[in-house]
Ligand binder design. Structure first.
Ligand SMILES: NC(=O)c1ccc[n+]([C@@H]2O[C@H](COP(=O)([O-])OP(=O)(O)OC[C@H]3O[C@@H](n4cnc5c(N)ncnc54)[C@H](OP(=O)(O)O)[C@@H]3O)[C@@H](O)[C@H]2O)c1
Length: 276
């Protein structure tokens, strides 16, 4: 078997490779790909340079692959063309299974962020390959990275009472490795450890830190003003506001225990992640 993991130079791909190794896959059967390959040099597996823009490099990098973990790219606007190159190279390599990191509710989500994922899921479905869609919730890390700001300024956002399906990135990567090494019983997994709101997040931050933290619900316009006032370029602020409005619209709602079942243990909770 040869397991190929794209995005091995990023945190998710790294965690997935570490999980493959923990699951007993020999290092010699794992290959990672990325652009800045020096970032993955310490993983102890072969790493090949392959930009999603470079169809030839992808074909070479995937040669001989049995199973592919296709980690979605990080450049909205370029991703659909890039992902088409990845799918074509996977077809060329004749991989028997492709696990793709998608987004919760990709088929129906109205979030801008979901468009590339929906298009990629369709490409994979139409490709003749055997795809497994790992519809990942948001990483807790998206929020825990903001803890210092929460403690100083409180929590603010335009997500209203929208449910945020989320999980620790490491648990989502572990689930990806479980699918890659196992016999997946489904083609679509909706993956989250728990669902919280910004108000709930604020309560937990208060509880865990012991410091009273406030929550300021904002309209999209108000949130945009806060973000641009803090120095964010307009287009980035629009992107961030769009995510919150998408959450307010219920696009990250989810239920079920796909994640716990795949990883075979209770996933890390938001409280634990904040405490860490
Ligand atoms: N669920 C969530 O909350 C959430 C949050 C953020 C992102 N995501 C998605 O999940 C993916 C993995 O998460 P992450 O935390 O590891 O993201 P990340 O830190 O942005 O890393 C992205 C990875 O994708 C690779 N990549 C990006 N563009 C590429 C290209 N054109 N060609 C080849 N490789 C490319 C990067 O390679 P190099 O570093 O070598 O350039 C890196 O390995 C992201 O790419 C994004 O699609 C999900």
């Amino acid at each position: 078997m040869t397991y190929v993991v794209t995005g091995a130079t990023g945190p998710f791909g790294r965690l997935a490779i570490e999980s493959l190794l923990r699951r007993g896959v020999p290092a010699g059967e794992i290959r990672g790909t990325g652009r800045q390959i020096e970032k993955a040099a310490d993983l102890g597996v072969e790493i090949r340079r392959a930009d999603y823009e470079d169809a030839g490099a992808l074909r070479e990098a995937f040669a001989g692959a049995s199973r592919l973990l296709f980690v979605s790219g990080s450049e909205p606007g370029r991703r659909q063309a890039q992902h088409a190159n990845v799918v074509a190279a996977a077809v060329d390599a004749g991989v028997e299974l492709v696990a793709y990191t998608s987004i919760l509710n990709a088929a129906t989500s109205t979030m801008d962020l979901a468009e590339d994922h929906r298009a990629t899921e369709k490409l994979l479905t139409d490709s003749g390959l055997r795809p497994v869609f790992l519809r990942n919730g948001f990483y807790y890390e998206v929020y825990t990275a903001q803890l210092p700001a929460y403690l100083e300024h409180g929590v603010a956002g335009a997500a209203g009472d929208g449910p945020i399906g989320a999980a620790a990135r490491a648990d989502l990567a572990d689930a990806a490795a479980a699918v890659l090494t196992g016999e997946p019983d489904k083609g679509v997994y909706e993956l989250a450890a728990e669902v919280f709101t910004l108000a709930g997040l604020t309560e937990l931050v208060t509880e865990v830190s012991g410091k009273p933290v406030g929550y300021t619900p904002l309209t999209g316009e108000q949130y945009r003003e806060v973000l641009t006032g803090a120095g964010l370029p307009g287009h980035v602020a629009d992107f961030v506001v769009g995510i919150d409005l998408g959450i307010a619209g219920g696009n990250l709602a989810t239920s079920g225990d796909d994640l716990a079942k795949l990883i075979g243990r209770p996933p890390v909770t938001l409280r634990e992640a904040l405490a860490q």
